[in-house]
Design a protein around this ligand. Structure first.
Ligand SMILES: CC(C)(COP(=O)(O)OP(=O)(O)OC[C@H]1O[C@@H](n2cnc3c(N)ncnc32)[C@H](O)[C@@H]1OP(=O)(O)O)[C@@H](O)C(=O)NCCC(=O)NCCS
Length: 176
């Protein structure tokens, strides 16, 4: 079985998280025990990926507001003197063990980019940050275009300006 048509939406009580399995247990536990509570307490939003016709969650990611020390950003000498710089944190990202390699991870990151852009229209957001939990996760994020802050290899970001360029068609181009 491969990737099927799917939906990504804010996690809510109608989603079924019972079957979600991730070899990295904290990511499984977070979805099952903490994700809805965090949303209710305005600590973070979880977005759930479900396949067509099912409420079973097969992937998810979380977003929350954060700030990044200006001095950590490459080229900070040329940035305005806001410190910390406003940012969004892609805090957790996981795909069910049996659904890896079907493109769902990339879909979730693409969805996070679109949400980050929307959020940046309501409040300034300079970049989307991630803390990769290990070398394998880091390799995935690098593959999807994230770059290093430079403090530790696992701390990565995607500039909002690059997200906007990716999502916004150039002026004058046709959407047909
Ligand atoms: C990392 C993870 C989310 C990727 O999800 P996935 O659905 O398997 O990834 P996709 O199928 O969407 O892969 C998208 C692209 O990334 C590449 N990719 C996937 N995992 C990769 C890895 N570990 N390193 C490098 N590239 C990777 C794929 O080859 C694919 O490349 P292509 O589109 O150019 O062909 C998933 O493996 C996972 O849940 N891992 C455990 C939890 C984790 O590490 N989460 C990261 C949070 S810190």
């Amino acid at each position: 079985m491969g990737k099927t048509s799917h939906l990504i939406s804010p996690l809510n009580h109608s989603h079924d998280v019972g079957a979600f399995a991730c070899h990295h247990k904290p990511l499984e536990t977070f979805l099952k025990r903490h994700a809805l509570k965090n949303a209710a307490n305005n600590l973070g939003r979880t977005y759930a990926l479900t396949e067509a016709g099912s409420q079973s969650v097969v992937g998810y990611y979380t977003l929350s507001a954060t700030g990044v020390s200006r001095g950590m950003i490459p080229g900070h000498e040329f940035l305005p003197r806001y410190d910390p710089m406003p940012a969004l944190l892609l805090g957790r990202l996981a795909v069910d063990d049996k659904r890896r390699g079907f493109g769902y991870g990339r879909s979730l990151v693409g969805h996070a980019f679109a949400r980050a852009w929307e959020a940046s229209l309501l409040a300034g957001i300079y970049l989307l940050a991630v803390d990769a939990k290990d070398e394998e996760a880091r390799a995935f994020y690098i593959h999807t275009g994230f770059v290093e802050f430079g403090d530790t290899p696992l701390h990565l970001f995607f500039p909002m300006s690059s997200i906007v360029s990716m999502l916004q068609p150039p002026m004058g181009s046709s959407q047909n």
